[in-house]
Design a protein around this ligand. Structure first.
Ligand code: HEM
Length: 285
């Protein structure tokens, strides 16, 4: 009897230790993936401001075409203006997104949270409207499939932005939070798109890619940069209050850690070859 009591107590302790261990690993890995994602998307936002907005302010919007041929079309200034609005709003989304999910900021400075929230939702709507108008007026470099993939992305972003705002106005904060998470998943998609391309170029070079973005990899990417994020967020929204088995939690933590390493490698290369030089050039001229 005594030994049974002793055994059950030590098993309880062991379970508790396992739970503590998997919980700490989970928090550490989740925080590292968020920190890397935020730092990397901040650098991407600064690059957008320095390169696209900077070259337009300096009177050289034709420099956009160094990144994607035909992005700036002097014969279709309305489309270029739509894209400019889109990129400015996109940079704001990336700069502000993570701030909204830091609970101490949200709890201590509710007025700041509300103001940033309004700017965030408005920027998402403007980025989507700007991108959609560019697709309608000019069309993407990748043609039909890219128009469909990016068009759907724009419509989803527009819808999520309106829903987030609508539930905040109704003070239905549970629903507001869910739609804000979906909007966030869509907001970081444009950054993830660059990361996926970065990894693919490192791993496979030109395989299944074409200069006009019509290779098999390009076509998969037209949808892949936002659909998996939305599925992951949907799982999170549905299961966030359920207790997760420590083994599953450890597997998720390991996936988070691997993702952090991949994002860090991608960020390093993008910063070295694209983002860093563009930011330095803007600051030095
Ligand atoms: C955080 C949100 C976003 C950011 C930061 C962003 C950023 C950018 C940037 C920097 C470009 C220039 C091309 C490049 O450097 O690769 C671009 C192009 C473009 N974006 Fe976005 N974007 C965002 C959201 C969206 C949304 C919601 C749509 C949906 C309609 C969209 C559609 C497009 C299109 C159609 C182009 C032109 C691509 C082409 O012609 O091939 N973007 N975006």
């Amino acid at each position: 009897m005594k030994s049974n009591t002793f055994l059950s107590t030590s098993e309880d302790l062991l379970d508790k230790n396992k739970n503590n261990y998997s919980e700490s690993l989970y928090i550490f890995s989740r925080n590292s993936v968020l920190t890397v994602a935020w730092s990397s998307s901040l650098l991407f936002a600064l690059y957008i401001l320095a390169f696209y907005v900077g070259s337009t302010i300096k009177g050289h919007p034709e420099r956009w075409n160094q990144i994607l041929p035909g992005l700036h079309n002097p014969n279709n200034i309305t489309a270029s203006n739509g894209l400019m609005l889109h990129m400015l709003a996109g940079a704001l989304i990336l700069l502000m997104g993570c701030l909204q999910f830091i609970s101490p900021i949200r709890n201590k400075f509710p007025a700041f949270h509300r103001t940033i929230g309004k700017v965030y939702v408005l920027s998402s709507i403007l980025a989507a409207v700007g991108g959609l108008s560019y697709i309608l007026l000019q069309g993407t470099i990748g043609g039909f499939m890219m128009n469909v993939g990016f068009g759907l992305y724009g419509l989803l972003t527009l819808f999520a932005g309106i829903k987030t705002f609508y539930y905040a106005r109704l003070k239905k904060f549970d629903k507001h939070w869910e739609w804000a998470l979906r909007l966030f998943a869509l907001g970081i998609a444009s950054w993830l798109y660059r990361m996926y391309y970065g990894f693919w170029i490192i791993l496979a070079g030109r395989l299944w890619r074409t200069p006009d973005f019509q290779g098999s990899f390009d076509m998969i990417m037209d949808f892949f940069f936002y659909i998996p994020n939305l599925i992951i967020i949907e799982f999170y929204i549905r299961y966030k209050d359920k207790s997760i088995h420590p083994v599953l939690k450890t597997i998720v933590s390991i996936l988070f850690l691997i993702t952090s390493i991949f994002f860090s490698i991608g960020t390093y290369y993008f910063t070295k070859y694209y983002w860093g030089p563009a930011i330095f050039e803007y600051l030095n001229n």
